[in-house]
Write a protein that binds this ligand. Structure first.
Ligand code: ASP
Length: 315
């Protein structure tokens, strides 16, 4: 049995301690810990990296604190358009969805596509009929409605902004709320998953990096698994997740060095605020961001574990 590890994120951005109550902070840390433990327990029991990242992401999608699944933000016309993707580093198979609504767990639909379809990326109505065919759970509009998110939309509309974070308008803080997970299982297989509601007040049809393999999500047993969060357009232009893999493969860089280069030297100069989580096939973990904070957590079979929000120690 080899070393194994899981890492998760719940979004990056200008997450300032001064703007968070102790109660809010506690709620976020509890939700992060739950997701980490859910994924870790699967790995510990000998489960696959794919199953671990799926379960951790479902846990975050079901928590209304994060901008994915239940807590997804509103589009400009008051709808939800969710995106998700997953990739298996062993088989290099992947599945992704974009522009879907009412599917309770978009990451489960991405996984269904990966496993049961010869295609990779589905959008809108077609994606939802595939979800119905596969018997996935749907929820009512009320399940996805939150007064808080709705007020974010109104605030964004008043200032005529498309925002990666509602709170940028309310209190000067900016947060990218996407969720994601990466894992390396006991057999050295890696996987990555990412899920998001996108940007508050985004025009209908806008797609970010989260469902794009190579941009927001990538996994390959030769190197690593990566899940990103941040300003999606810039992550797509930087081919961010694949860029980490490529540096490791072609330049023999370590996971941490490659991630640092992409986050600081590729994304930052073009205004790509955000971060990413990564794990390599030896279960080394790295959590990096160029923003004020990133909701993040990790747990390793050697006993190390952490759940953090602000800029503090690096793992
Ligand atoms: N990357 C996501 C997007 O652009 C947003 C986020 O990470 O919160 O849709």
């Amino acid at each position: 049995m080899g070393a194994f590890a899981i890492a998760i994120h719940g979004g990056a951005g200008t997450i300032l301690q001064s703007l968070m109550t102790a109660e809010q902070e506690k709620a976020y840390l509890k939700a992060l810990q739950e997701a980490v433990d859910t994924g870790y327990d699967i790995l510990k029991a000998g489960g696959s990296a794919v199953d671990a990242v799926t379960a951790a992401t479902v846990s975050l999608e079901n928590c209304e604190l994060f901008n994915a699944g239940r807590g997804s933000v509103f589009t400009a016309n008051g709808q939800h358009e969710m995106d998700a993707s997953i990739m298996d580093g062993k088989s290099l198979e992947a599945g992704a969805v974009t522009g879907i609504s009412q599917v309770k767990n978009p990451v489960l639909l991405a996984k269904e596509i990966m496993i049961n379809s010869p295609h990779l990326l589905f959008f809108g109505e077609g994606a939802m009929s595939f979800a119905r065919e596969r018997g996935l759970e749907f929820e009512t509009e009320e399940y996805f409605y939150s007064e808080y998110r709705y007020q974010q939309l109104k605030a964004a509309q008043q200032s005529d902004e498309v925002v990666l974070d509602h709170s940028s308008i309310e209190n000067g803080a900016k947060k990218f709320g996407t969720v994601g997970a990466v894992a390396c299982d006991q057999y050295g297989n890696v996987a990555a998953a990412t899920s998001t509601g996108g940007m508050t007040n985004k025009p209908p049809g806008r797609v970010g990096d989260s469902p794009i393999i190579g941009a927001g999500t990538y996994a390959n047993n030769q190197t690593c698994a990566i899940s990103c969060t941040g300003h999606g357009e810039l992550f797509i232009r930087s081919v961010a997740a694949f860029h980490v893999h490529a540096q490791m493969l072609y330049q023999n860089r370590s996971l941490a060095t490659a991630m640092e280069d992409v986050v600081l030297n590729k994304l930052l100069p073009i205004g790509g605020e955000g971060g990413m989580i990564g794990v390599d096939a030896q279960a080394n973990v790295s959590l990096q961001f160029n923003s004020e904070g990133m909701y993040r957590g990790m747990k390793h079979s050697d006993g190390r574990q952490t759940c953090e929000v602000y800029k503090t120690s690096e793992v």
